[in-house]
Design a binder for this molecule. Structure first.
Ligand SMILES: Cc1ncc(COP(=O)(O)O)c(C=O)c1O
Length: 489
């Protein structure tokens, strides 16, 4: 006779990997979960007592969830890749569905290079697509790129995960991470049980990178016995939107050279730039190498890009890549092995990377529509960012630099002691409390500044400016006024 089943589950919250438990990822945290519950309530259509009729997910840079339309050329090519028999009806595609001949040509080319999109590709990505990326990098930077140094990934997130796994040897490994930052970095370092060495960006200088601050954080970590090996730079910034000027990039590369730090340049917002220009770390490194022969040869740089952001906005398709410069070949072989363990990045996502880096060119049949759609998305984002910024400017106790890029605004909020006490009574920080009250009153979901890191004593929230329309902006303004009145000291 079978003995009685032992009581309780084998896995419980106390015995699972503690490093997963300690990781924090507020952009999909409590507020986001609550907003999804509200969304489900609204979707049921039953009578409800919520004071709003829609949820605005301004917590995450997810463009197509907020009505950004996919670029037609991209999706037409993908439709053929998923269903190649469409090519047997070319006249229907062209004469009835409006596909242009270059759509068919690109789909045929990709099918030839990829085979079936249902098959695994090479571990580091389809060779022909890595070649397309290398050509794009050469056009962008004016310096050649080697397809063998390019690794395709399931979005930039998986590239960051690969690189951090390779760099972090034990709990003494330290990585310099900007604060505020996109919490992928702090969360991944928690999971890896490595040390996050925070350096603060300078809000008074439009969230620029201050080398003195980096040095100070680095020196302190070294004195504490941390083996600091790499520095993360998010450019353009998330949540700040700032694009680094050339002198800051040069200064960081120079510091990395002196201190033997690997540079992780997260450049996923490289086309989301309204103010200034995007300058890649790769271009600047090659420039410095040219100007100072031999001096920068040992610098190790990994730069990341993605199909998730920009005007592409195809984050659900999970595509991206990273390029390595100056890495030891034996380390690179281990990176290859690491990505092999995951087999390969989604092949449709890889094809989208090809389309992103090699869109229709002037004179080609799909160019006009492509450019029109691209410009409309770019201008729409800029207009919405400006409108939101204008609204913030009118709000008491809110300060926000003018929009510079990426998909976010990150205003400072000054809240009263009464509000801070009410927050503490709920076991929340004042910014969490504010954001929760905003969600409960308006259905607008934003992320408290504490989710990205902020200087002690300062409070912020991050909102995307992706949602169309102005109604939701009006509802934030109205909420804010009521909140300030209710909690006036
Ligand atoms: C700075 C930054 N890096 C990386 C990512 C991850 O993007 P994905 O994995 O979708 O490419 C994001 C997403 O918001 C981001 O903001």
């Amino acid at each position: 006779m079978a003995s009685e089943a032992p009581l309780g589950k084998r896995l419980n919250i106390e015995n699972i990997n503690p490093h997963v438990r300690t990781a924090k990822y507020a952009v999909r945290g409590e507020l986001a979960v609550k907003s999804e519950e509200y969304r489900a309530t609204l979707a049921k259509g039953d009578p409800h007592d919520l004071p709003f009729n829609q949820i605005i997910s301004a917590n995450i840079g997810n463009p197509q969830q907020l009505d950004q339309q996919p670029i037609t050329f991209f999706r037409q090519v993908l439709s053929i890749l998923e269903n190649p028999v469409l090519l047997e009806k070319e006249d229907v595609l062209i004469n009835h569905l409006g596909y242009k001949p270059d759509v068919l040509e690109r789909a045929k080319w990709l099918l030839k290079k990829v085979g079936s999109v249902g098959a695994y590709s090479a571990s580091n990505g389809v060779p022909a697509i890595r070649q397309s990326i290398a050509e794009f990098l050469e056009r962008r930077d004016g310096f050649p790129a080697n397809p063998a140094d390019i690794y395709m990934s399931a979005g930039a997130s998986s590239g960051v995960n690969t690189l951090l796994h390779i760099i972090c040897a034990n709990d003494k490994t330290g990585i310099l991470v900007p604060i505020p930052q996109y919490p992928l970095y702090t969360a991944s370092l928690s999971v890896l049980n490595a040390t996050c060495v925070e350096y603060h960006l300078d809000e008074s200088k439009n969230w620029g990178t201050d080398l003195a601050v980096i040095k100070q954080a680095h020196e302190k970590a070294k004195a504490d016995g941390v083996d600091v090996r790499a520095i993360v730079i998010i450019n353009p910034g998330n949540p700040t939107g700032a694009s680094l000027p050339e002198e800051d990039i040069r200064a960081v590369i120079d510091y990395a050279r002196q201190e033997r730090l690997v540079i992780l340049a997260d450049e996923v917002y490289q086309t989301n730039v309204f103010v200034g220009e995007f300058i890649s770390f790769k271009r600047m490194l090659r420039q410095l190498q040219k100007e100072n022969p031999g001096a920068y040869d040992q610098v190790e740089l990994a730069s990341l890009h993605s199909i998730s952001k920009g005007m592409v906005g195809e984050c659900g398709h999970r595509g991206g890549y990273f390029e390595l410069v100056g890495f030891d070949p034996a380390v690179q072989a281990e990176i290859y092995k690491f990505v092999s363990i995951m087999l390969c990045a989604p092949v449709i996502g890889q094809c989208l990377v090809d389309l992103m880096v090699n869109p229709p060119k002037l004179g080609e049949p799909s160019y006009e529509l492509y450019q029109k759609e691209y410009d409309a998305i770019f201008n729409g984002l800029k207009e919405r960012a400006t409108a939101l910024h204008k609204a913030f400017e009118q709000m008491e106790g809110v300060e926000c630099g003018s929009p510079q890029g990426s998909m976010y605004l990150f205003p400072t909020i000054t809240l009263s002691k009464k509000a801070a006490d009410a927050a503490a009574a709920e076991g929340r920080t004042p910014d969490e409390f504010y954001c929760m009250q905003l969600l409960e009153a308006t259905g607008v979901c934003v992320v408290p500044g504490s989710g990205f890191g902020q200087k002690d004593g300062s409070l912020h929230f991050r909102t995307t400016f992706l949602a169309p329309g102005t109604e939701w902006v009006g509802s934030i303004v109205k909420f804010h006024k009521e909140f300030m009145d209710k909690y006036r000291d």
